[in-house]
Design a protein around this ligand. Structure first.
Ligand SMILES: N[C@@H](CCC(=O)N[C@@H](CS)C(=O)NCC(=O)O)C(=O)O
Length: 228
């Protein structure tokens, strides 16, 4: 049997890798998952060397290398379309989808990562391990910013419908809300956002990511809650 043309370099516990995996699963796109080599710094591996910030995920399509999870979703929408409408066909709706993708990345994912990073001795060298005590001011700031983002999204959801099919927005929202809620639970005062998280986690492409990541939960620096 021929090797799949697409190779996704990543880690099953990485939120941004879920963002690239969800569209691949939802569209039944054939690909090979290339995991990270244990004990080798990311910056010395193909993925780390391919990205200006040394990040995963990285998609390889023959000679083409695509970095940044949003761009990977956009690339798949153009080159490997399938039943899941990743980018709205209507240009005005596509603008909104891209705007909300930025909101989830910058203000939910970003602040979730900020709190996680506050637990590491060095953000740039996670292999150095965890601090004895997290940086309290970074943790407090990241959590406050998460609450601010939740408030904004709840208000936005009052007037906008995010139907839970797989799209750019779903790909960004599902991992962001999954992990952010572990750090700063979405409050009862944001019922639409809480409902959205539950609906997203029920999507088959998303629950596959949740299950594949389950063995790695002991590595979550804040301790993974006993749920989800
Ligand atoms: N802007 C990047 C962010 C990717 C990112 O933050 N990836 C994390 C994993 S979720 C990573 O590579 N962490 C390892 C490191 O920074 O050394 C994207 O959208 O793809």
């Amino acid at each position: 049997m021929a090797e799949p043309r697409l190779r996704l370099h990543g880690h099953p516990f990485s939120s941004y890798c879920w963002k690239a995996l969800i569209p691949l699963y939802a569209n039944g796109t054939e690909f090979e998952f290339v995991g990270m080599e244990d004990g080798k710094p990311l910056c010395e591996q193909f993925a780390g060397k391919s990205h200006p910030g040394g990040h995963i995920p990285v998609l390889e399509d023959g000679e083409t290398v695509v970095i940044e999870a949003t761009s990977i979703v956009e690339y798949l929408a153009v080159h490997y379309p399938g039943p899941a409408p990743l980018i709205p066909a209507d240009p005005a709706e596509a603008v909104t989808a891209r705007m909300i993708d930025r909101v989830f990345d910058n203000y939910v994912m970003g602040n979730m990562q900020r709190v996680v990073a506050a637990h590491f001795i060095s953000r740039d060298k996670p292999e150095l391990g965890l601090r004895d005590e997290p940086d309290a001011s970074e943790v407090a700031a990241g959590k406050a910013r998460l609450r601010q983002a939740y408030g904004w999204l709840e208000k936005w959801l009052e007037t906008h419908d995010l139907s839970p099919h797989v799209s750019l927005v779903t790909c960004a929202a599902a991992p962001a809300l999954f992990y952010a809620d572990w750090i700063e639970p979405i409050p009862d005062s944001a019922p639409r956002l809480r409902r959205l998280r539950a609906e997203l986690l029920a999507l088959p492409a998303v629950s596959r990511c949740v299950e594949d990541a389950r063995p790695y939960r002991p590595y979550f620096p804040l301790g993974a809650p006993d749920r989800d």
